[in-house]
Design a protein around this ligand. Structure first.
Ligand code: C2E
Ligand code: MG
Ligand code: MG
Ligand code: MG
Length: 282
């Protein structure tokens, strides 16, 4: 009897896995088409100065405008794109488009602006990233747009001397680095000292529980103090409530990002939001 059940369960699992594999193969094929047909769009989430409430910059977040599935979130396709190398053309498009948009905003009277772009570790193992950014900087210069590359701790942990050298070369073009999802990885203080990182972003899992969970509160506090003593700026991500904002401001967090401020917005909505939140307009 139990053997029978076990057998059925096996079948059940393998059907499940077959289904998952089939979906993945399909997404992979569709993603190739998406790259050819440029089915991507960037949304921009405001990052505000915690003290003044003014918009200090935008984080560009990619979405896939799928012809039948609708707007597909990055969590559903970035991993596939990374595994297959498709993240290289997608990442190149994201960088190009984010900088094109920042330039358009400049012409429309939004300035100065910091533009944060998420960069995958796969892109950092390719020399092409330097060329890409050098080319972008020749087009528009980084004098009025500050380009910030958001990288995760895993990029630093898996990095070789070559990665470090590449980071520094790109840094010399005026690009800054922000350590995304900080606290979720296993990097240590020594990484922050070794690599040319300028900012850390406290992962939203710590921010969301900082008022209920004493450990998270202490952790957030410790990250802010530690980062500041190393001369780094701190952004809190996933700020959703006014009491979280107060907690973070009381602990001198520099920048805030989250639904309390705004969800990620289409380009024009971001422009209007930022114009309404300029110095003196608060
Ligand atoms: P991330 O870089 O940590 O971006 C923050 C994510 O948290 C975004 O999800 C954003 O919409 C969401 N978020 C912001 N504020 C709140 C909040 O208050 N509450 C909650 N619950 N969520 C909030 P999104 O846009 O779905 O992006 C997910 C992840 O996908 C990003 O995490 C990033 O790692 C990756 N990603 C997005 N765009 C790109 C890209 O162009 N290239 C690469 N390599 N990765 C990207
Ligand atoms: Mg990010
Ligand atoms: Mg993050
Ligand atoms: Mg995240």
């Amino acid at each position: 009897q139990s053997k029978q059940l076990g057998k059925n369960r096996c079948q059940f699992y393998s059907q499940d896995m077959q289904e998952a594999a089939r979906l993945r193969v399909q997404l992979e094929a569709e993603l190739r088409v998406a790259i050819e047909r440029r089915q991507f769009v960037l949304y921009y989430q405001p990052i505000i100065d915690a003290g003044s409430g003014c918009v200090s910059g935008a984080e560009a977040l990619v979405r896939w405008q799928h012809p039948s599935r609708g707007l597909v979130a990055p969590d559903e396709f970035i991993a596939i794109a990374e595994d297959t190398g498709m993240i290289l053309p997608i990442g190149a498009w994201v960088l190009d488009e984010a900088l094109r948009q920042a330039n358009e905003w400049l012409e429309q009277g939004l300035s100065p602006l910091r533009m944060a772009v998420n960069v995958s570790g796969v892109q950092f193992r390719e020399q092409g990233l330097l060329d890409l950014i050098a080319q972008a900087s020749r087009k528009s210069g980084f004098d009025r747009i500050e380009l910030v590359l958001e990288i995760t701790e895993s990029v630093l942990m898996q990095s070789s001397d070559a990665t470090e050298a590449l980071m520094r070369e790109i840094g010399q073009l005026g690009v800054r680095y922000s350590l995304d999802d900080f606290g979720t990885g296993y990097s240590s203080l020594s990484y922050l000292k070794r690599f040319p990182v300028d900012q850390v972003k406290i992962d939203r899992s710590f921010v969301s529980d900082c008022l209920e969970d004493k450990n998270d509160a202490l952790l957030v506090e410790a990250i802010i103090n530690m980062a500041h003593s190393l001369g780094l700026k701190v952004t809190a991500e996933g700020v959703e409530t006014e009491s979280q904002r107060e907690f973070l401001c009381a602990r001198n967090c520099d920048y805030l990002q989250g639904y309390l401020v705004s969800k990620p917005l289409p380009a024009d909505a971001f422009r209007l939001f930022a114009l309404g939140r300029r110095a003196g307009n608060d």
